[in-house]
Design a binder for this molecule. Structure first.
Ligand code: FAD
Ligand code: NAP
Length: 600
């Protein structure tokens, strides 16, 4: 070992190292026996790039080199990689840079100064989470968010779908409906109120919208506090590293960035039939509708349709749901039908196997009167009906067609406009990523978008490795009787594992809260699907009853930990609750045994 260097010796070594870095396109400080160094050297060989390799273990003063490198870069370990004078880091960082395209950019010498490290397009659930996390990790970040008004002219503030026209107003209006039911129940519990109970749409709308306004404001403040530059402008690519932002006055501004995250979400689809855009509304209009919608036809039979139809009926309105085929496609059909039956028993009408063909205005007003002509999906029969409001809820389209993705070279599935990504949310263009509802084949849920945005920023800028686990995502449909699920439907489990390899345990139940008011006896239902081939592991969880979101969240965590039927059986229930039913399930569906619950 050479003697310890004095300061002038150290400085001499520093400039020697600096010279090596400055005079070579690629400089790798390595150790000949280190497998990580071999990986990096192999990568450059594969890329046909000459690199100057300094094998520290073969140098007499290699240890001092290593100490000096630590002083210069904060990194002691090898490999220690430099490209065109830029410190890249070790093996993981080099491989990551190769994956995300920044390595090629450094190699090409195009390490030009961009305006931003990261530009996020879309300030909804995914975009805000990603931009705040990236800024917290020290990056220069911009987020652009712009709401294109609906055909009815409705628009809203920062925060995306969930806050403005999705989860938040939906759940608050669902709560309004539940309060109506609670008031009926209250009389049976001895509460006395003489006046007839009425609901005022405007008051509810104002309360909900004031709360949303406060959230919009909080988001702005949070972005400012975290040093994210928020611009209220519509973004579109004009080059792979350059976008144009157009604000509401039409002013265009250009920005460049090393990386981009697409988080533009979805907007409601229209039917493409006469009168739909002129006279109908979508969920984008409903939550801020200035007047009570009155007698309403809801077209569609999935999450949005059933939730909105459900709470409107709960406010006392005359509601009809027009169903093209089945309820809640993709969900457990047994559960979906039970949720639908409950709605039907509580006054919602279902027009099954019909699709609308024409909407006409009979009378303008707030609300006016509309005539809907619909056609049977099975015969040529045409039917007509009169409604005050028609709410279209037939799915949502990804906002990817007008953002210049062709200019950036990003692939989109032409059938549905969705963006395919790898398991790190990276598109086919290495420096462009995507999160949230626009992803191909992923859940369209707020917590999924948030998780994807946050983890992406941590992987890109925080050296983290955790990826989103898109399996066993718990979710809840906020129908009047709520339906929570996690994992596989019974139909899907049967398809995947075969009827003989699954066991379904189920039970009806009657929440204690429903007993005194005497309603919905044995309408609530719980079901778990277990994989016999894997220690009776729970692969499907289904709950129809009050507070489904709260119940399902906990069982979602249990499933993430790999819960088995035996573990549920040995878990002690909390009495008297609805969720305890899952700790005492004994009847299998195959046995045909009685599942009605009588007493505790
Ligand atoms: P979004 O939140 O939609 O954000 C995208 C943002 O980008 C929007 O603000 C948009 O205006 C903006 N934008 C688009 N293009 C551009 C552009 N070119 N330039 C600038 N800005 C642009 N999920 C749940 O988990 N629970 C629920 O209870 C629930 N209820 C829902 C109820 C309804 C009625 C609806 C419609 C959805 C509901 N969802 C629910 C789904 C949830 O809202 C979405 O999954 C979530 O908002 C997706 O987040 P995102 O970041 O992908 O997109
Ligand atoms: P969706 O799940 O795509 O369902 C669309 C519905 O519209 C289906 O019932 C479909 O019927 C029907 N439909 C489609 N085209 C039609 C036509 N031309 N005529 C008549 N009916 C037609 O859409 P969504 O309800 O808008 O939900 C979108 C996403 O938002 C969901 O996937 C969900 O992830 C998210 N979301 C979540 C929540 C929550 O977490 N509680 C709430 C709302 C929304 P078919 O079955 O016949 O195709």
């Amino acid at each position: 070992m050479p003697p310890v260097e004095n300061d002038s010796g150290k400085n001499g070594l520093k400039s020697e190292i600096q010279q090596l870095i400055d005079s070579n396109q690629v400089c790798v400080f390595s150790k000949s026996y280190c497998p990580f160094c071999v990986k990096v050297k192999d990568l450059f060989k594969e890329l046909n790039v000459d690199c100057n390799v300094v094998e520290l273990d073969l140098l007499e003063n290699g240890a001092i080199y290593q100490d000096t490198l630590l002083e210069m870069t904060g990194q002691k370990t090898v490999p220690n990689v430099f490209i065109n004078k830029t410190h890249v880091g070790g093996c993981d960082k080099t491989l990551q840079a190769h994956k995300d395209g920044s390595l090629q950019q450094l190699l090409s010498g195009e390490n030009e100064a961009y305006d931003y490290d990261l530009i996020v397009i879309g300030g909804g659930s995914g975009g805000l989470a990603c931009s705040k996390e990236a800024a917290a990790l020290g990056k220069k970040v911009m987020v652009l968010d712009y709401v294109v008004p609906t055909p009815k002219g409705t628009t809203w503030g920062l925060g995306g779908t969930c806050v403005n026209v999705g989860c938040i107003p939906k759940k608050l209006m669902h709560q309004t409906a539940l309060l109506g039911t609670a008031m009926h129940d209250a009389r049976k519990f001895g509460w006395q109120f003489d006046e007839s109970v009425k609901h005022n749409w405007e008051t509810m709308k104002e309360g909900v919208n004031n709360y949303i306004g406060s959230l919009n404001w909080n988001y702005r403040v949070a972005l400012r506090d975290k040093n994210v530059n928020y611009v209220n402008a519509y973004a579109e690519f004009i080059e792979p590293h350059k976008i144009k932002g157009t604000n509401k006055r039409g002013k265009e501004t250009f920005y460049t960035s090393a990386r981009f995250v697409l988080a533009t979400g979805e907007r409601p689809r229209y039917l493409g039939i006469p009168g739909d855009k002129e006279y109908c509304i979508t969920s984008d209009d409903l939550f801020s509708l200035p007047h009570c919608p009155g007698k309403t036809l809801v077209i569609g039979a999935s999450y949005v349709a059933l939730e909105c139809g459900g709470f409107l009926a709960g406010l006392g309105l005359d509601v009809t749901v027009m169903v093209r085929s089945i309820l809640l496609r993709g969900f457990d059909q047994d559960m979906a039908n039970r949720a639908g039956e409950h709605m039907e028993e509580h006054g919602v009408k279902f027009l099954r196997k019909y699709v609308p063909v024409k909407i006409e205005e009979l009378e303008a007003g707030s609300p006016g009167r509309l005539k809907v002509t619909a056609k049977s999906t099975e015969t040529d029969e045409l039917i007509e009906g009169e409604y005050n409001t028609v709410l279209i809820a037939v799915g949502r389209d990804a906002c990817t067609d007008k953002i210049g993705l062709d200019k950036a070279g990003v692939h989109v599935n032409p059938k549905n406009g969705k963006i395919p990504v790898n398991d790190e949310e990276q598109t086919n263009v290495p420096h462009i990523y995507a999160v949230g509802d626009i992803l191909e084949g992923k859940w369209e849920l707020t917590p999924v978008a948030i998780q994807a945005g946050r983890l992406l920023a941590r992987r890109l800028y925080g050296g983290a490795k955790t990826k989103v686990d898109y399996v066993n995502v718990p979710t809840t449909v906020f129908t009047p009787l709520e339906y929570g699920s996690c994992g596989l439907s019974e139909d899907r489990a049967t398809e995947l594992y075969g009827q003989e390899n699954i066991e379904v345990f189920h039970s009806l139940f009657w929440p204690l809260e429903f007993t005194v008011p005497g309603r919905d006896n044995n309408k609530c239902y719980g079901k778990i699907i277990c994989n016999k081939l894997d220690n009776d592991r729970v692969i499907g969880f289904h709950y129809l009853g009050p507070n489904a979101g709260e119940v399902t969240q906990g069982f979602g965590a249990a499933m993430k930990c790999g819960a088995t039927k035996e573990q549920l059986d040995t878990t002690i229930g909390i009495h008297p609750t609805c969720a305890e039913i899952f700790t005492t399930m004994e009847v299998t569906k195959s046995s045909g045994g009685d599942i009605a619950q009588a007493g505790c």
